[in-house]
Design a protein around this ligand. Structure first.
Ligand SMILES: Nc1nc2c(ncn2[C@@H]2O[C@H](COP(=O)(O)OP(=O)(O)OP(=O)(O)O)[C@@H](O)[C@H]2O)c(=O)[nH]1
Length: 906
């Protein structure tokens, strides 16, 4: 093999592309993505690595085969694997050895626990490998958790997240700052799991690194940088001797994130066993020191055991208390995380790479990973517990599944792009070529989502119109889309709605695959499209970036199979999984009232399996599923994760984007519905929690707002950048001003949805919102501000940040009229024949002339007539003649916005 793409090699090795990328990076070979090509020396290095590993494994297996009958089997299998590997197939087909998603081994038996930082001991670490010292153990006695941090289900041997271990008799103690946690401690572990010894008898250096250079062969298997000695006389051996005691007596120190984990139950059981043996005073002291550490078990205080705090303890305590804690959510983008830490994102990315995690700016990292990185910068992060503000949380019907219960589910894809770039054609082509014929019934109805089969893999397409649906759902807290396909016409290039779509996907943290469409056309220029994509922050893979671009034709079908392959590959990298064996949770994609059938809802099952006959609840709508159909209109009994289904039986039409939950019985459903009604009432009273310029100051003061997100719409391109620059400069230590989207054009519904989903404010310069945007902004409580001069906007935001925004007059739009015809009246100028779309037009109001959402003129009404008579006002649905003072450029379809300046009390 002289050349191979990463994903092909991964397939051959039966690894996830992401896992393989991590391994390859660990070998010092640079790969950008699963599409990167490996060849020459790089390929040799990678193949060599896997051969070596296989050989090593086999050797070990052979060595042990005499000891255990069972292992004979295993080595045979490994031998098979080796052979398979030679054929570049099924390297790890039977997965006797586990690797978690980050290519870090796991162990399902989990007999020995490991700490979160992957700095593990591994008794049998002969098999240990990988650059970050994440040990592989063929005996699988050691467990590893989802993030490649080994853990211990049985928690017989426990290590806490931060390696803050203690020991009943305090012989093995440690503390974060290498200060003596317990003066009796003979051996300790510091925060980085580097053993230390106060008396330095076994001889550790200050950083406790490399105690024994050869330690990598240690039976205790500490990592290569922080080894215990091979020499059994040294600390390593003492540790070995005492290991059992130490582990029996281990005290669990978990943070809230860890506590949430699956192993909770067993963990607590383990604690119960160890309870009597714990040094309770130590627990208490640690708890005192860092309230974010929940020490277990320390429920009962043993006064007799309480020791007086020594000076060094107190010193330690005060230092710990002084450490600034940063609150972050369960999952956070690298960008946001860097900002929270107050460090450059490049530094964070390089630390992540050092941990074997390839993450871009907008990629999300979980809390555990973030806390590791924070430590590297000497900071402590704590889990932000969000306030319960929405219905879904109140229902509390969702819970995290155990990793072992999760199975791969099909990806859910949304197609987005500029008007006429071929979204519908692409979806139609896929649907026609990939569905129908073999499937009974064909497509009988439009249900907003459908499934296609690609080489026995499924892909679910959301057939809702573009990103509106996508953000509408997100604003209600639902994340339905896993991958977005961005359609860009090769003859037209990146257009305003393309940029909108990019920003929507980025805001939702959804990976983008670009379909460069219409390549069959004469004017097609895919390279130009790539340049424009790069200009807009999407660097194509073949240009060294990580965005997959695929030339396609929705007309001829060229490239579409490859595009779908790419979708499956991205899905694989994303590791989309769900537990099918639980009560179902899904999201309502579409819903309407059908005359004959009552409320009909298309839902997408996201967790669990929905059954016909299940009792469900969505918002205030409840009911037993009377009948259920798939996307081909076929009656079905069950719908598993990622499956779209149409359900009948709800009491009322649920809102698109709402969650739907299966519950155990009608009483439960009614109970929840009532609770939701109550919450909705409260929320109404609280008038939403969306940010507006008026309450900005209070939110900043309350510490509820660290970032002001703004969407900027302007009449000309140059203004977008000017406004962006000026506004971003307003960021200060307390709040950051972040322009999440900037574009030319009127304020549309899509902008409002993005604002609602992202909790942003919309600012328009010389542009106005469409009627739909106005209605939606009212419904969604989105603050839309329009200005004629940049200076005014900057001033407003400045004042808002200081809490001094207090204008006494605000403008109130009282109506809108459409120009249906124009007349030239000698001596007066052009008069418009108008139709009042909504509200009213009053003679003394001010008007604004809009064309495509852009303000062409602001002024006063010079004449208002109903038929031939002067009129004081024209109401909705009426026609009349309207003249604008000193203005004649009126055209059919122009919109006349009518407004008054109104005094308001603040
Ligand atoms: N030659 C060629 N024409 C295409 C291709 N894809 C779409 N078209 C044509 O482009 C036009 C617009 O395609 P649509 O699929 O309606 O585009 P859309 O993005 O769904 O448009 P909206 O729904 O209006 O946003 C239609 O006339 C299609 O026939 C293609 O690959 N090649």
């Amino acid at each position: 093999m002289s050349k191979v793409r990463v994903h092909e090699l991964a397939k051959g090795l039966n690894l996830q592309s992401k896992e393989l990328i991590n391994i390859i990076s660990g070998l010092g070979v640079e790969v950008k993505s699963h599409m990167s090509i490996l060849e020459g020396k790089d390929l040799e290095t990678v193949i060599g690595h896997f051969r070596k590993m296989e050989n090593k494994k086999n050797e070990n297996i052979k060595n042990e085969s005499s000891k255990e009958e069972k292992k004979v089997d295993k080595s045979e299998k490994l031998e098979d694997k080796k052979n398979n590997f030679k054929d570049n197939k099924n390297f790890n087909k039977d997965k006797k050895e586990g690797f978690n998603r980050d290519n870090k081994p796991f162990n399902k038996d989990r007999k020995e626990g490991f700490n979160k930082d992957n700095r593990n001991s591994n008794r049998d670490s002969k098999d240990g490998f990988n650059k970050d010292n994440r040990n592989f153990n063929k005996d699988k006695k050691e467990g590893f958790n989802r993030d490649n941090r080994p853990f211990n289900k049985d928690r017989k041997e426990g290590f806490n997240k931060d390696n803050r271990n203690s020991n009943r008799d305090s012989k093995d103690g440690f503390n974060k700052d290498n200060r003596n946690f317990n003066k009796d401690k003979k051996e300790g572990f510091n925060r980085d799991n580097k053993p230390f010894n106060k008396d330095k008898k076994p001889g550790f250096n200050k950083d406790n690194k490399n105690f024994n250079k050869d330690g990598r062969n240690s039976k205790d298997g500490f990592n290569k940088d922080r080894n215990f000695g091979k020499d059994k006389k040294d600390f390593g051996r003492k540790f070995d001797d005492r290991k059992k005691d130490f582990l029996d007596d281990v005290v669990e120190v978990v943070d809230p994130a860890i506590e949430k984990r699956d192993a909770r139950k067993t963990h607590l059981q383990g604690q119960e066993k160890n309870k009597k043996n714990k040094s309770l005073n130590e627990h208490k002291m640690r708890e005192d020191r860092n309230p974010n550490l929940i020490l277990k078990p320390a429920k009962k205080k043993n006064k007799a055991n309480h020791k007086t705090k020594s000076d060094s303890d107190l010193e330690f305590e005060s230092k710990v208390e002084n450490v600034g804690e940063i609150k972050i959510p369960e999952s956070i983008t690298v960008k946001d995380f860097s900002e929270s830490l107050g460090v450059n994102s490049a530094q964070v990315i390089s630390k992540l790479i050092a941990l074997g995690i390839m993450a871009g700016l907008n990629q999300e990292i979980d809390f555990d990973c973030a806390s590791l990185i924070a430590e590297e910068f000497g900071k402590t992060v704590v889990l932000e517990t969000p306030e319960i503000t929405d219905e879904n949380e109140i229902l509390s019907l969702d819970y995290e599944d155990k990793a072992e219960d999760l199975v791969t589910r099909p990806p859910v894809v949304t197609v987005m792009g500029h008007v006429d770039h071929g979204k519908t054609s692409l979806l139609d082509y896929i649907r026609k070529s990939k569905v129908t014929s073999q499937e009974a019934g064909g497509i009988t109805q439009h249900i907003g989502a459908y499934t296609v089969n690609i080489n026995s893999n499924k892909i679910v397409f959301l057939d809702t119109p573009g990103h509106e649906a996508f953000t509408a759902m997100r604003s209600r807290g639902a994340k339905v889309t896993d991958i977005s396909i961005l359609v860009v016409a090769a003859d037209d290039g990146v257009m305003p709605q393309t940029i909108e779509a990019i920003n929507h996907s980025k805001a939702a943290g959804v990976p983008i695959i670009v379909a460069i469409n219409k390549i069959d056309k004469d004017g097609a220029n895919p390279e130009r499209v790539k340049t424009e994509l790069a200009d807009n922050g999407l660097l194509p893979e073949d240009w060294g970036g990580d965005v997959i671009t695929m030339p396609v034709s929705a007309k001829t079908g060229e490239g579409i199979d490859d595009l779908l392959e790419m979708v499956l590959m991205v899905a694989e990298v994303e590791e989309l999984k769900a537990n099918p064996n639980r009560m179902a949770i899904g999201t309502v994609i579409e819903a309407q009232l059908d005359k004959g059938r009552g409320p009909v809802a298309t839902i997408l099952v996201q967790k669990g399996t929905l059954n016909s006959g299940d009792m469900v609840i969505s918002g205030t709508s409840t009911g037993r599923i009377r009948a259920m159909f798939d996307d081909k209109g076929k009656k079905i009994k069950k719908a598993s994760p990622s499956m779209p289904a149409v359900i009948l039986g709800l009491s009322e039409v649920p809102e698109a984007g709402s969650f739907i939950y299966a519950v155990k019985d009608e009483k439960t459903a009614r109970g929840y519905a009532q609770r939701i009604i109550n919450v909705q009432k409260e929320n109404m009273i609280a008038s939403g929690n969306k940010v507006s310029l008026d309450d900005l100051f209070n939110k900043i003061q309350d510490g509820n707002l660290k970032e002001i997100k703004i969407i900027v719409k302007t009449d000309v391109r140059g203004t977008v950048d000017a406004v962006k620059n000026s506004l971003e400069k307003l960021s200060n230590e307390e709040v950051k001003v972040n322009i999440i989207h900037g574009a030319v054009g009127g304020i549309n519904e899509s902008d409002v949805m993005l604002a609602a989903a992202s909790n942003a404010i919309i600012i328009g310069f010389n542009v106005r919102p469409s009627q739909g945007a106005i209605d939606l902004s009212r419904h969604e409580n989105v603050d839309v501000r329009t200005y004629r001069v940049i200076y005014d906007a900057i001033e407003d935001i400045k004042l808002a940040v200081k809490g001094m925004l207090a204008p006494t007059f605000v403008e109130e739009v009282i109506g809108r009229a459409e120009v249906r015809a124009t007349f030239k009246v000698p001596g007066i100028g052009t008069v418009a024949g108008v139709y009042v779309l909504n509200g009213k037009v009053t003679r003394n109001a001010k008007v604004r002339l809009l064309r495509d959402g852009i303000i062409l003129h602001e002024g006063e009404i010079s004449s208002l007539k109903r038929f031939k008579d002067d009129a004081k006002e024209l109401l909705t649905g009426y026609e009349g003649g309207l003249g604008i003072a000193n203005y004649n450029d009126l055209k059919e379809s122009d919109i006349i916005e009518v407004y008054i300046d109104k005094e308001v009390e603040r």
